[in-house]
Design a protein around this ligand. Structure first.
Ligand code: NAD
Length: 325
């Protein structure tokens, strides 16, 4: 039995990952409705540019609104009647969540609950939901695996993402929704959020400004190229369409190749052809020491196979950075 997915709602569709996913879904012949409130976490103008080329494409629609608004979500879901929801809208970013933990709760937990409630009420069964590697906190076991009992978030952001997973699990158990929660590991590539290290450092180095290097540059991250993440989400969509019985899974999507911050800066310097001026700083509260994804589960479930090395991915990012959109 198959469960064909033709119509997809992408919350956060004007954001970094959402705009790439919408583009790919359209190229696969899906109808896409993007929901976004153009939140001010980073400039609205950037998000508008992310979707400029999509707005003229057949099959793409934008609905501007806030996922915290229950009536808006209900009306939009009801009128579009999707086969699948991809829930990416969120307050992202670890450090800002220490400044505004209540707002993070509202958007990431209440907002997710409203999405789930609308799906339950309207009989929409399939959800792919964005979680984060931040739920692992300083988990001592590496690589991080989905069922590790020592995964404990150490930032308000990480807690909201863990809570989002738990809400998804409860709705799966109670109402038979089919849900995959994805723990994304630092995603980068063209249109990456301007607050994220690769983008921020590229801008500062280009301008000749100093960059702050936390934890003496020793911290390491598993950076994942955007096309690999999108391949993973498309693999998951195919998994949904061929598995009609309700399921719930938490799945890591990373590259499984962590590199340390100083090495990352070296790659950016190489790509830009310019040296960074660094100021060494201590580790920041809420920041984790390392991230490192075990991606076996994604491989087993839907053949996830990331293939973009940091060298190639950084070169592609810098190509876009030098000539954006
Ligand atoms: N980029 C990463 O490295 C990364 C890593 C782990 C998890 N994630 C998660 O993936 C998802 C997408 O991340 P991204 O990097 O594309 O971020 P992003 O900020 O570029 O995209 C999120 C989008 O959601 C929208 N949004 C925010 N609040 C909203 C609200 N209340 N109502 C409607 N729309 C709202 C924003 O305007 C934005 O366009 C997020 O859930 C994030 O937590 C991202």
């Amino acid at each position: 039995m198959s469960n064909e997915i033709k119509k997809v709602i992408v919350t956060g569709g004007a954001g970094f990952i959402g705009s790439h996913l919408s583009e790919r879904l359209l190229s696969l012949g899906k109808e896409v409705l993007a929901i976004d409130n153009f939140d001010d976490y980073y400039p609205e103008d950037i998000k508008r540019r992310n979707i400029t080329s999509l707005l003229s494409k057949n099959g793409f629609r934008l609905s501007e609104g806030d996922i915290r608004n229950y009536d808006f979500v209900m009306d939009t879901f009801k009128s579009f009647s999707p086969d699948l929801v991809v829930h990416l809208a969120a307050k992202a970013g670890v450090r800002p969540s220490l400044e505004a933990p209540l707002l993070y709760q509202e958007v990431n937990i209440l907002g997710t609950n409203i999405i789930l409630e609308a799906m339950k009420k309207l009989g929409i069964s399939n959800l792919l939901s964005a979680s984060s590697s931040s739920v692992y906190g300083d988990c001592p076991n590496i690589p991080f695996s989905e069922d590790d009992p020592l995964a404990m978030p150490i930032s308000p952001y990480g807690v909201t993402k863990k809570n989002g997973e738990e809400l998804c699990y409860a709705y799966h158990k109670l109402y038979d929704l089919s849900i995959l929660c994805f723990r994304f590991f630092t995603v980068y590539g063209p249109r990456q959020r301007p607050d994220m290290a690769i983008h921020k450092f590229s801008k500062l180095i280009t301008n000749g400004s100093k960059i702050e290097v936390y934890d003496q540059g020793t911290g390491s991250r598993d950076y994942t190229y955007i096309d690999d993440i999108i391949d993973g989400l498309v693999g998951a969509l195919n998994f949904v369409s061929t598995n009609p019985s309700p399921f719930y899974e938490v799945v890591n999507l990373g590259e499984s190749v962590p590199i340390n911050l100083l090495k990352l800066i070296g790659l950016i310097e190489e790509g830009l052809g310019k040296k960074a001026q660094m100021i060494m700083m201590p580790r920041q509260p809420g920041d984790v020491i390392r991230t490192f994804a075990d991606i076996q589960k994604a491989r087993d479930l839907f053949g996830y196979s990331p293939s973009t090395s940091m060298k190639v991915g950084i070169a592609k990012f810098i190509e876009w950075f030098n000539n954006p959109w």
